[in-house]
Design a protein. Sequence first.
Length: 202
Amino acid sequence: MLPNRFADYSPDIDLLLQVFLGGLVVIVVGLFKLWGFDKHIWDMFADSGVACRKAVFAGEALYMITSGLIKISILLFYRRMTRGSYTPVFHWAVRLAIVSVILYIIGFELSLFLGCQPLSAFWMLGDYVWKFENEAGVDYHCFDEGAMSIAAGVVSVVLDFVTCFLPMIVFWNLQCPTKQKFVMGLLFGVGFRYGHTSPPTF
């Protein structure tokens, strides 16, 4: 159970964290061109490939944290908005969603940092000389990066859907005309369509 102070604290803290981490993601993505993301893979030198892989690693790690904090911030807002005025079942659903997001962040961050042994193998795979000289499964071990990206995307979209669906339960029980409820549903639908935070495909 989350302590009450986490439901009542000022939203400025998580907002500042989101802005800070989101800014780091923007910087990393902005540096992609400098690191060779605008070139075909066959036009890149070995050292450029390593730099690109480091950028991918940093971008994925920061994105997981930032998108997770955004979801948690929205869910905490739901708790503050309905505190003392809605059913315990709804509050427990919000708590469960928050815990799920936290586990999502921890799980995929650990998968990213523990996926390659040694860790440097993740970005050294961008060096084709190094890759030729080292045998997979013997000199290094790496996870299936594509499978992890798909899994992270699926889980993120599911959590996005839950985050957007919870307030619909609240407004659907409001004492207002059906037409207004329908319009509010459309607004939430638009927000889900353009505001979801599924991982980017680097």
